[in-house]
Design a protein around this ligand. Structure first.
Ligand SMILES: *[C@@H]1O[C@H](CO)[C@@H](O)[C@H](O)[C@H]1NC(C)=O
Length: 411
């Protein structure tokens, strides 16, 4: 086919047109400088020269990248909204003086997460948040916890480690493998080791290319990575073994679409009859393969149908352990009328900020499906006459979750 060939050609061309990456660079970019006494005046100056050159290269501007600087103590030297040209950022960088003290990167990352990327200081919802941490050697505090929280808020953490620990120095570290524990992903893209201070300049181009490659800034919050999703699965006798497999396939197919990890989307599942059972909790399986396996292993229970109690149970067992930065999504799948009231339990979870979807099959009751679903019902409540048609709602539910996410202010 002619059309197909043409597409492939364009794709290959696009991959090599590098300037494209830089001119489309709309990011909120923060640098954490190492201002500890141990680095000395000369290296501090090299750091400033590095930042000035980055500012020059990325072409700072309100339609493109905005750039700010934090010095390790932590203190904001340049907020994101302070300057809207490379020249002004460079001039401000030049005026920064060394703070001294220790290199408390964990503490600084907490500060950046809580205070630096705020709307008041210039954080733009439409631009990915990036923080580049410059460290001389290694941090003097632990970074793991603060980094995890920052990633959960959608911050893409890069590390530029200058003269990092060699084999003989590793016993001095406060925290082993601190780079891996901190960066957005451990695939090498987010870490740039520099062997000597005098080589720091050479890191400008590769770093700018990476921070501007917005498609690869996977820690930004998206509809696919920022959720805690609870499946509430009807295991009543009317479902039957074969159909129950189909329901699990549906759960797996929906799950497959999300990015799964402890800092991305987490999935939990409850099965219910008259009673309720926690199949697995949020974060119990933190990679997709294990999660899909766990879904496959859910055993069909068989019994009555108390959907109301199951919703309350999901709130207590799952959503009470949800993280503040996650969107709470509940997907209830049922094939019949509940023996108990669903209205009050549904209202209670809606009030807790849970976005509820109801998926009814065969004998499910329309009024109950609507009570369960978040308003507008039409977008959160689906009905299929038979289990074999469930698959049709996989793309629908993903599409709705993403549409809703994208229509809300970010960060
Ligand atoms: C799940 O996905 C598989 C593979 O695409 C498909 O064959 C199956 O029909 C889907 N089932 C459901 C219930 O979504």
């Amino acid at each position: 086919e002619i059309k197909l060939t043409l597409n492939i050609f364009i794709l290959v061309k696009g991959k090599h047109s590098e300037p494209l990456l830089i001119w489309n660079c709309k990011v909120d970019l923060a640098f954490l400088m190492d201002g500890s006494w141990s680095i000395g005046k000369r290296r501090f100056k090299i750091q400033k020269d590095f930042l000035a050159e980055v500012a020059q290269t990325i072409n700072v501007g309100v339609a493109g990248p905005m750039m700010g600087v934090i010095q390790d103590d932590p203190i904001t030297e340049i907020s994101l909204k302070s300057y809207s040209s490379s020249r002004d950022v460079k001039a401000a960088v030049d005026k920064i003086t060394q703070k001294g003290g220790q290199s408390n990167v964990g503490k600084a990352l907490s500060y950046i997460n809580k205070l630096y990327f705020s709307d008041a200081t210039g954080n733009r919802g439409s631009a990915p948040n990036v923080v580049v941490v410059l460290v001389d050697g290694w941090p003097t505090d632990k970074v793991e916890e603060a980094s995890r929280l920052a990633r959960e808020s959608g911050i893409n953490i890069f590390f530029v480690t200058i003269e990092g620990p060699d084999e003989n120095e590793k016993h001095n570290l406060v925290e082993a493998n601190f780079v891996d524990k901190a960066v957005c992903r451990t695939n090498g893209f987010f870490s740039l080791p520099v062997s000597s201070w005098f080589g720091l300049r050479k890191a400008v181009q590769p770093l700018v290319k990476r921070v501007c490659d917005t498609d690869r800034l996977v820690c930004s919050k998206t509809c696919l990575n920022a959720n805690d999703i609870a499946f509430v699965i009807d295991g009543s006798s009317s479902v039957g073994t074969g159909n129950f497999r189909t329901v699990l396939q549906f759960v797996a197919n929906v799950t497959r679409e999300f990015e799964i990890s402890d800092t991305d989307t987490r999935v939990g599942a409850v099965q219910y009859t008259y009673e309720q059972r926690l199949e697995f909790a949020f974060g119990q399986y933190n990679n997709k393969a294990e999660l899909l396996n766990a879904i496959k292993r859910i055993n069909y229970w068989s019994g009555g149908t108390s959907t109301g109690a199951a919703i309350t149970y999901a709130a207590e067992q799952l959503f009470s352990k949800s993280k503040p930065n996650k969107r709470k999504i509940m997907i209830v799948i049922t094939d019949g009328r509940s023996y108990d009231d669903v209205r009050a339990p549904a209202l209670a979870v809606h009030r807790q900020g849970v976005i509820a979807y109801s998926i009814g099959i065969a004998w499910a009751a329309q009024d109950e499906l609507e009570y369960i679903a978040t308003d507008p019902d039409k977008e959160h409540s689906y009905f299929v006459d038979e289990f074999d048609n469930l698959y049709k709602y996989v793309p629908k539910i993903i599409q709705n979750i993403c549409q809703e996410f994208n229509s809300q202010p970010r960060n």
